[in-house]
Design a protein around this ligand. Structure first.
Ligand code: ADP
Ligand code: GN1
Ligand code: MG
Length: 392
């Protein structure tokens, strides 16, 4: 409110700065200063395609002109109620990873994110409206994809997320804050959906009857992994919980998986869920919000490539039960994500960023198409797991 006037009237604010193109957000300005870039900053641009946080690229003057140097993010405080807890997890995990990477002979500056503290030494900045901001180094010569472009990328992705699980194998899980309670409790996600359906706050239920039915018919499925975890059959590990293809950076020169990003949801969880969320997003032949369902398929070959990369890293770490649970992880993470999109649609789009009114419905439909195809190919999915579990 009034931020544009403040920026325009406030040449005072900019008097020492070269220019910040298109910035009309006073809080963004303050964040740029809080992290110490102030008058050295060349400009700031919106960045990335995440559904939750607001991401900006910060450009600084370099030898060959302006360089993308930092990533600045406004944390979505509607989603993350305890930003301090989120940032404690991130600082703890990235510091730990830096040591592990050093021991492996890797480059900690490229293989994990380096978060930056504010000028006053805090791990995030709270702006005048109470919104939290955090900042990390941009990793140069890296790429991020919304869709698998070369099959090899998905093999790399499996190998990177598998390696990540191993790297954090001895991280003290009791040091982690639960940043979103019950994040992948599919049973609770189902219940939340039922409540949203019953309330039908925005009168949208009539516009998505087939999708509602699709979920209701799968109530029993939602229990499969939750039960196994509660019974102690599946162990909790330190997991990432948001293992989309666009949460991994690839090395531009070698094409190899380089760095796992978006560490907001690192919490104790099931290996199957991390595996499954990657498959949900990356083994699809179209983007998550493709409107033409004829283009949306579950690609078994991509699935196999991911399995190959993932199990190469983890087959000696995961228990037999965990390995057996992986195909269910794919099915349930996809179902759960569809449930979450449809719940948000029914509630009036208060969680995920949307570009148009049916966006969440469109997203839910792609997920259910994928679930349907996974169900049809479930035997093959299990066989592929067995093949690579045996070390092929
Ligand atoms: P969100 O929680 O909103 O998904 P992310 O931390 O995943 O936030 O960042 C959003 C997007 O910004 C990423 O999916 C990626 O496309 C891009 N991004 C973030 N950090 C980097 C980076 N260091 N290099 C390249 N792209 C990045
Ligand atoms: C969100 O933040 P982003 O875009 O990486 C969401 C994930 C969903 C995903 C669906 C904290 O991930 O759980 O699977 O959208 N993150 C959160 O694309 O809810
Ligand atoms: Mg992300």
């Amino acid at each position: 409110i009034g931020s544009r006037e403040k920026v325009e009237a406030g040449e005072v604010i900019f008097s020492t700065r070269r220019k910040i193109d298109g910035v009309d957000d006073r809080n963004l300005e303050d964040a740029v200063y809080a992290f110490g870039f102030g008058n050295r900053c060349s400009y700031v641009k919106p960045f990335g395609a995440g559904h939750i946080n607001e991401t900006y690229a910060v450009y600084m003057p370099g030898e060959d002109g302006d360089e993308l140097s930092y990533v600045l993010q406004r944390i979505n405080s509607n989603v993350f109620k305890d930003p301090q807890g989120v940032m404690e997890n991130i600082f703890g995990v990235t510091e730990y990873l830096r040591n592990v990477i050093r021991q492996e002979g890797g480059d900690p500056d490229r293989e994990t994110l380096s978060y930056i503290k504010t000028k006053s030494g805090c791990n995030y900045f709270e702006d005048s409206t109470g919104q939290p901001w955090r900042c990390y180094n941009f990793i140069p010569d890296s790429e991020c994809y919304q869709l698998v472009e070369e099959p090899e990328q998905f093999y790399q992705s499996g190998s990177s997320f598998g390696h990540f699980l191993k790297q954090l194998g001895n991280y003290p899980a009791d040091r982690l804050n639960e940043t979103i309670p019950d994040f992948h409790n599919t049973v609770k996600r189902f219940r939340a959906f039922e409540t949203a359906l019953q309330r039908d706050l925005k009168d949208r239920a009539a516009s998505c009857r087939p999708e509602i039915r699709f979920i209701l018919e799968r109530e029993k499925d939602c229990e499969v992994l939750v039960k196994k975890q509660e019974e102690g059959v599946l162990p909790l590990r330190v997991t990432h919980n948001d293992t989309k293809l666009n949460n991994i950076l690839f090395d531009s020169k070698t094409g190899r998986g380089l760095c796992i990003i978006d560490l907001d949801t690192i919490m104790p969880g099931l290996a199957a869920n991390d595996f499954g969320d990657s498959i949900r997003f990356g083994a699809a032949t179209a983007e998550e919000d493709e409107k033409n369902l004829d283009l949306v398929h579950f690609d078994l070959e991509l699935y196999e490539l991911y399995v190959k990369g993932y199990l190469k890293e983890t087959r000696d770490v995961l228990t037999e039960e965990e390995i057996r649970s992986l195909p269910w992880g794919a099915r349930l993470m996809t179902l759960e994500c569809g449930i979450r999109f449809l719940t948000d649609y029914l509630q009036g789009d208060t969680y995920f960023k949307t570009d148009y009114p049916e966006h969440n419905l469109v997203r839910a439909r792609t997920q259910f198409r994928l679930v349907d195809e996974m169900e049809q190919h479930f035997d093959e999915m299990e066989k592929i797991i067995q093949k690579y579990a045996a070390g092929e």
